[in-house]
Ligand binder design. Structure first.
Ligand SMILES: Nc1ncnc2c1ncn2[C@@H]1O[C@H](COP(=O)(O)OP(=O)(O)OP(=O)(O)O)[C@@H](O)[C@H]1O
Ligand SMILES: [Mg+2]
Length: 266
């Protein structure tokens, strides 16, 4: 019998493998993300976290493996294709044209059009963009001094991060992927980002979040996936984790720990 929609994971990734020359960045990783779930992906530098999520974001094409969205096998060849599937990403390097203003960055490639004279020529509806962008940012309690007429390069790192996050939150219909969203942020800004993540989840959108800040991971995630040297070594509900155990899993100090963790989820 076919599974009901509620039971089918939003994302099913199977055997994702990506090699760069002699380096195996991810070595056959399986994971699921359920609807409305916040999943954290943790691991040391170079563990393969960014590579793994980039295969869902469309920024990296897997050498092997399969991705299903809502049970349907998909091939995601670019971030534009990921967006068409309702998946938005806040990349670790932000990837935001620095010379454009906040409003233009939020709408880039998706500008609302207004009909021109005789309904022949469309034009970008700047007024609507400015109004909607301001409303979206205000909904997310994000405070940016100048939304237009000033390039995002004039913003602080944290403000730019907030704009990238807002852009993803505005457009995502199924999944937001965030690669270290709080790494550049102060205490208050980080708390705000975590609050935004919860708001998005409350709208039924799933979130995959990469972070080295373990208190943030334990605070926000429903489930944690641990990568080590390109392999998934543990996958546990946050309720079964504390910071000490998470560190052990990340660095692999106890040889028995990963096997026990794997058993816990299989
Ligand atoms: N474009 C690339 N070309 C060559 N090697 C790469 C590339 N991207 C990643 N790698 C390698 O793949 C491995 C995994 O990198 P990845 O960026 O996925 O790690 P990460 O877990 O996100 O690390 P960090 O916590 O430092 O962001 C690393 O050894 C890295 O050097
Ligand atoms: Mg990374």
């Amino acid at each position: 019998m076919a599974a009901t929609q509620a039971e089918t994971p939003l994302i099913e990734a199977r055997g994702l493998r990506k090699r760069y020359g002699s380096i195996v960045a991810t070595d056959g990783v399986d994971f699921d993300i359920m609807r409305g779930e916040i999943v954290a992906i943790v691991g040391d530098n170079g563990a393969g976290k960014s590579t793994l999520i980039k295969m869902i974001s469309g920024a990296v094409t897997p050498d092997e493996g399969e991705i299903r969205i809502d049970g349907v096998p998909v091939s995601i060849r670019s971030p534009i294709e990921a967006r068409a599937h309702g998946v938005e990403t806040v990349f670790q390097d932000l990837a935001m044209p620095p010379n454009l203003d906040v409003v233009t960055n939020i709408y880039l490639g998706r500008e609302p059009m207004r009909r021109g004279p005789l309904r022949l020529f469309g034009a970008v509806d700047k007024k609507a963009m400015r109004k909607e962008a301001a409303a979206h940012l205000s909904d997310l309690s994000i405070n940016i001094p100048r939304l237009y007429g000033s390039p995002v390069s004039a913003l602080s790192g944290g403000q730019r991060q907030s704009v990238a996050i807002a852009r993803a939150m505005v457009w995502a219909s199924k999944l937001v992927i965030m690669d270290e969203p709080t790494a550049a942020l102060g205490v208050a800004q980080s708390a705000k980002v975590l609050e935004i993540v919860r708001q998005v989840r409350d709208r039924g959108i799933s979130v995959a979040i990469i972070s080295h800040i373990l208190p943030h991971v334990l605070d926000i995630a429903d489930r944690v996936i641990v990568l080590r040297h390109g392999r998934k070594v543990a996958e546990l509900p946050t309720s079964e984790l504390d910071e000490h155990k998470l560190i052990e899993l990340i660095v692999g100090v106890r040889s028995a720990q990963p096997a026990a963790s794997r058993a816990a989820v299989s």
